[in-house]
Design a protein. Sequence first.
Length: 162
Amino acid sequence: MADFTHFNQEGRAKMVDVSAKPETFRTAIAYSSITVNKEIYEKITSNKMKKGDVLAVAQVAGVMACKKTWELIPMCHPIPLTGVDISFSWEPREEEYKLIIMASVKTKGNTGVEMEALTAASVCALTVYDMCKAVDKGMIIGKTYLVEKTGGKNGDFKREIL
């Protein structure tokens, strides 16, 4: 078990000690999406969904989830976040519309914010689903993945949007 950082000498899960790691500026950007039908798209974009402004609520939910990542993912550290931003854009298709969600997170700390960005993007998609499910339960939450991260001992990472 010596090669595994998240297990103690007894083979049980542990939170990695990051106290010796240097504090550096770190960022992460995560992607998620949800595909909706034309009716939902029109209700969201005209702000006519009965539960309210879907994107405003999803944005707040994503920020809140980002701040609580350490409470949701067992081995995540509580991190002092210095910035969280979430953006939305639409990708029209034939009779459906894909909402693109990008969550950007920043910190100055000794561990990264990839999980926080992924949590924010995921919860945004889940919130859109929740607010629109009365209209159509057939929405599809798409791929969720890390787009980019900077900082830390493993260096930077960047992928193209799939």
